[in-house]
Every structure is written in structure tokens, then in C-alpha cells.
Write a protein of this length. Structure first.
Length: 394
């Protein structure tokens, strides 16, 4: 065993991450300042315009009204960007809708980056990483391709990641009110971590967490109360939009979308077939592990399998998978085994290949269907490696 291997590996990762961070953040700055912000071309416009309509007492899910607001803000398109997020998103986006679009977009970006720094630091700490090396987690997260795409588009992935991180913190502290608010963030896109909801309910009923369940119920009611103050029909309008304007034309990097491409795009129900497999996995996994269920240990697996089987998950949504990437790298950097080099190189290959595809500007995001399975193999290998390492030192 080479005692100096961890130090050399840490220095290697540090310099690689620092170099990549400088290059990619410079690229991000160029994109934001000289291309993306000249016109409202990102996804943030859908949140901002929906918030504007709600503040005016109008229907925030109406395509015609959304198009008018988006074009008035400078978006050049004959098609509106619809917001499919449920109405409890509005407490998050209403403060930004109060501002003019250009100012709001920069404030949103700053908020996203602050959230990501907090998430990286918290995941490093939760994984027992050395505090003086926490900056490595910042570099890793900000060079992760889904992170940069989420920032460019102004998407919600960083806030969903924040919800998972806060839930882990507050569940450990048994602070049920704060944990229920964290769950609201995870619910901004319910389909991304959909297996979390089943695991959460099973855990609550097993451990009789009635206080937490009540707090979650009241948190959702409170989050819905705000939009209802402006528009009493907003829930019905959301349901109508989902039923009458479903995102059937989207080809996302998911196995459900791949089934539709192979067997017929008109068969919308195929999009949900992999989710059935995800539910079966969760039930089997719960049966095996429920007696010693530990959210800190299990949440990465639950989130990963959710992404593998989700009906909808875009490239930028994969920033949530930082919940497996950062802990895996902490394990590698703290190991005295040369195999830890394989862990780091494996991650660099996955992220590097994703960046190569992105830079090639291939049409559509279906090219990234391999990303979550690759990260799954990476994470599974790290867990097995870590288990063997623990046995070696037992």
C-alpha cells in the first residue's frame, strides 16, 4: 500500500479541477454575457413570465398569454415556453417576477450559484470530507456539465439538489418543520426524484413519523396559499394545461423516450414504462433495507434509480446527481488504495465525454441517454470498492 497515493491523487484532482473550472467558467461567462443574455433564450423566461401572469391575476399556464409576455420581454419565437411545474413553485419565482426580466435573470443566476456552493460544501461535509479540501467539491460541481447547462438555461436543478441536501441535514437533526420545507424544493419537479416520494411514505409509516407527515402537508398547503391569493383557479388551470398541452413532443435523454422513438412516438404511455421498473426496484430494496434505513446512505441510490427510470429528465436536471458524484470522490480522495485513481479517472472520463458531446452541438439531448447509467456504474463501483476497503481495514 502506497501511503503517498492519496496525497498525489488529491493534488492531481485539485489541479485538474482548477484548470477545468477556470476554462469552463470563462466559457460560461462568455456565453452569458455575449450570447444567452442578449435575448431571453433560456428556460428562466417560462418561470418569470408565469410569475408575471399570476401577479396580474391571470392564468400562468395559458400558452397564448405566456407567449405575449415572453415576446414583450424580447424572446424571438412564435411558440411559448410553457411551465409544467405545479403551483407550489410560485413562492420561489414570484420575488423574481417582480423585477424586470434582465435584472431578474442576473439575480436568479447569483442565487443559483450561491445555492450550488452551499450544496457542494454540505455534500462534502456529509460525506466526511476534510474541511480544508472543501474547495475541491466546488470545483467538481462547477465543472460538472449538467451544472453549467442548468446555469445557462436558468433551470431548477440546483434548487432540487438543495432540497435533497437540506432534507439530509434536517432529517439528521430531526427538525421536521425545516425538513418539510426542503421536501417542497424536491417537489418542484416531482418526476425527477419520484422514487423518493414512495420511500419517504414507507419510511414515515414504518417509523410513525406523523409529525413530519403533518408538517409536509401543511407546507404544501402554505405554498399553494400564495398563488391562490392572486388566482383562485390556478390549480384547475395547472391540471388543464397538463392534460391538454402535455409535453408529448419532447425527446428527453431517458429510456422512456427511447422506447417511444423505437416503438412509436404516438405511444405516449411508453414514456412511463421504465418508471414501473423503478417502483419495483424500490419496493424490493425497501424490503431488504427497511429495518436499518438510513437516508444518508440510501438517498443517493434512490435518486439515481429515479433518474434511470424517470419519464422526463433533461441534461440540466442531472445536476441533482451531485448527491452521488461528490460522496464518491470523497471516498476516493480519502483512500490509501491505488484503485482510487480509477475512481477519479472514471469520473473525469464520464464528464469529459459529456463535455465533448456538448461542444459538438449534436442535435437534441437524446445523445445523453448514457449519462445517468454511466454515473450509476461509477457510483456502484465506488460503493463496492468502499465496502471492500472497509473489510480490508476491519
Amino acid at each position: 500500500m502506497d501511503k503517498t497515493a492519496p496525497q498525489r491523487l488529491s493534488r492531481f484532482v485539485s489541479w485538474m479541477a482548477l484548470g477545468m473550472a477556470i476554462l469552463l467558467l470563462a466559457w460560461l461567462a462568455r456565453q452569458l454575457l455575449f450570447t444567452r443574455y442578449l435575448t431571453p433564450s433560456g428556460d428562466f423566461i417560462e418561470y418569470w413570465s408565469a410569475g408575471r401572469l399570476l401577479l396580474a391575476g391571470d392564468n400562468p399556464y395559458d400558452p397564448t398569454r405566456l407567449l405575449a409576455v415572453q415576446q414583450a420581454a424580447g424572446r424571438i419565437s412564435a411558440r411559448p415556453l410553457l411551465m409544467y411545474n405545479p403551483p407550489w413553485i410560485f413562492p420561489l419565482i414570484i420575488p423574481f417576477a417582480l423585477l424586470p426580466y434582465s435584472i431578474s435573470r442576473f439575480v436568479w443566476l447569483g442565487f443559483q450559484m450561491a445555492v450550488l456552493f452551499f450544496c457542494a460544501s454540505s455534500l462534502w461535509r456529509l460525506s466526511s470530507g476534510q474541511q480544508h479540501r472543501v474547495w475541491i467539491s466546488w470545483m467538481v460541481l462547477f465543472t460538472f456539465l449538467p451544472t453549467l447547462t442548468a446555469l445557462l438555461l436558468g433551470q431548477l436543478g440546483p434548487f432540487i439538489l438543495l432540497g435533497v441536501v437540506l432534507f439530509l441535514n434536517f432529517e439528521h437533526q430531526r427538525n421536521w418543520i425545516a425538513a418539510s420545507l426542503a421536501i417542497l424544493l424536491i417537489a418542484l419537479k416531482p418526476q425527477l426524484c419520484f422514487l423518493f416520494w414512495l420511500a419517504f411514505l414507507l419510511w414515515c409509516f414504518q417509523d410513525k413519523q406523523w409529525t413530519l407527515l403533518t408538517a409536509v402537508f401543511l407546507s404544501f398547503l402554505a405554498a399553494l396559499a400564495l398563488p391562490l391569493l392572486f388566482n383562485s383557479k390556478v390549480i384547475a388551470q395547472y391540471v388543464y394545461a397538463v392534460v391538454h398541452f402535455p409535453p408529448v413532443e419532447w425527446v428527453t435523454p431517458t429510456f422512456g423516450a427511447a422506447l417511444r422513438v423505437l416503438l412509436g412516438a404516438e405511444k405516449f404511455w411508453l414514456q412511463f414504462i421504465p418508471a414501473v421498473g423503478g417502483v419495483l426496484w424500490l419496493l424490493l430494496h425497501w424490503h431488504k433495507c427497511h429495518a436499518n434505513w438510513d437516508w444518508k446512505r440510501e438517498v443517493g441510490k434512490v435518486v439515481l434509480v429515479s433518474f434511470l427510470t424517470s419519464p422526463y429528465a433533461w441534461l440540466h436536471d442531472h445536476v441533482v446527481l451531485a448527491v452521488i458524484v461528490i460522496p464518491a470522490l470523497v471516498i476516493a480522495l480519502s483512500s490509501h488504495s491505488r484503485l482510487s485513481w480509477c475512481v477519479v479517472l472514471g469520473y473525469l472520463l464520464i464528464n469529459g465525454f459529456a463535455w465533448a458531446l456538448y461542444v459538438l452541438y449534436l442535435p437534441g439531448e437524446s445523445w445523453f441517454i448514457w449519462l445517468s447509467p454511466a454515473l450509476g456504474f461509477f457510483y456502484g463501483g465506488v460503493l463496492r470498492f468502499h465496502g471492500e476497503l472497509c473489510l480490508e481495514h476491519a
